[in-house]
Design a protein around this ligand. Structure first.
Ligand code: SAH
Length: 362
């Protein structure tokens, strides 16, 4: 059965993917296509986004007749779990197959005070960063809003089923999985509207972070149209260095990127996170740290230093621990909040930049 991405897109024999519809869109579907009253949409929406239902049969407050008609006209979860890997630190990597056979990954990271899911927005990625494993896949396709939301709903349901957490288990979302979120802006925006809606999973803007490679015009749209936190993958302290590892820098250089960040209106107390992957001998010198501090002057910033996660076939290496710490200290001395990020799930290839459909045994 083919799956369409919106109410209008659905032809007579196509099923509408309900997990990607906002509540008003679902209301339209329920009233116009099924001739039902609008409150039915609310019931269905809650089943999908608050109770992680994947089968209309679970929706016991709908009549059998309505469930049957829904089954004919619509689908819920178009993702099928295809692999699950558990790391020693509690991280779980889930690999899903889309209805057209693409493989995407989502990574669950439990901590004492939060349970975070790292979500994918594309199958593969077009940005071609030289150090990232996902880039080696190229862009296969954008994920639909329904496929983005379904990762969250599926993992929420699974955590309850597996008794790893109780009701509404995920507390935080980071859009740092496969793909460039701002390259798939419309679907990201719809997915966020669903995930942040009160009748849905109701995530707070404080608990969602979207990370970008630095698509400058899209950062402007981000500021106008979305209300979540922004992370920027900077990864270098000069244009020469950045262009060599991140081709996007040849189009939008560091100055234009940081200008967009400076111009971005921020909520009270909110800061922009800058990710900086430390690669031995590439961007991890003391001079780099000083230059980075200079670049970020005047921006409400927080820096996440990510020691490189090594990948088979890619020539980059992790820095020594002492180097990461020294780098952080230089930033701290310039009064820039910096943290060396703990690497999670490295043993199952679930860490940053390692998502590339491997089964973790390599
Ligand atoms: N495309 C978006 C979302 C992906 S986030 C972005 O670039 O921000 C993935 C993060 O992991 C990015 O900050 C990227 O710089 C980082 N990364 C990529 N490969 C890595 C690796 N091998 N080790 C550590 N971090 C890596």
């Amino acid at each position: 059965m083919a799956v369409a991405t919106g109410v209008q897109a659905a032809g007579a024999d196509e099923a509408v993917e309900l997990s990607g519809l906002t509540l008003p869109e679902l209301e339209r579907f329920v009233t116009e296509k099924l001739g039902e009253r609008p409150f039915r949409a609310r019931q269905i929406y809650r089943w999908i986004h608050q109770r992680a239902a994947v089968d209309f049969e679970e929706m016991t407050d709908l009549s059998k007749e309505l469930r049957r008609r829904l089954k004919e006209r619509a689908g819920i979860a178009t993702l099928r779990k295809d692999l699950e890997l558990r790391a020693a630190d509690g991280t779980i990597k889930y690999r899903f197959q889309t209805s057209d056979g693409r493989l995407i990954e989502a990574v669950y990271m439990p901590a004492e005070d939060r349970r975070t899911l790292c979500v994918s927005t594309q199958a593969g990625c077009a940005m071609a960063c030289t150090f990232c494993m996902t880039a080696t896949l190229g862009l296969q396709r954008h994920l639909t809003a329904g496929e983005i939301v379904a990762q969250v709903n599926w993992v929420n349901g699974e955590l309850v089923r597996a008794e790893l957490a109780s009701l509404r288990p995920l507390t935080n979302l980071v859009f740092m999985g496969m793909g460039e979120p701002l390259h798939n802006f419309e679907n990201l925006k719809t997915a966020l509207a669903i995930l942040q809606s009160e009748e849905g999973a109701n995530f707070s803007h404080r608990h969602i972070t979207v990370s970008t490679v630095g698509l400058v015009p899209m950062i402007e749209r981000f500021a106008r149209e979305l209300d979540v936190k922004l992370a920027v993958s900077l990864n270098a302290s000069s244009d020469e260095q950045r262009s060599a590892i991140m081709p996007i820098n040849r189009k939008w250089n560091i100055a234009s990127l940081l200008e967009a960040c400076r111009k971005m209106p921020l909520r009270q107390g909110r800061r922009i996170t800058f990710e900086y992957v430390l690669m031995k001998g590439i961007n991890d010198s003391e001079q780099d740290a000083h230059r980075l501090a200079e670049l970020l002057r005047g921006i409400p910033a927080k820096v996440n230093l990510i020691p490189y996660n090594e990948n088979p076939g890619l020539p980059y290496q992790s820095p020594d621990q002492t180097r990461a710490e020294a780098f952080r200290e230089i930033l701290a001395n310039s009064r820039i909040a910096a943290f060396v990020r703990q690497n999670r799930g490295r043993d199952i290839a679930a860490a940053c930049g390692q998502l590339a459909n491997r089964d973790g045994s390599t």
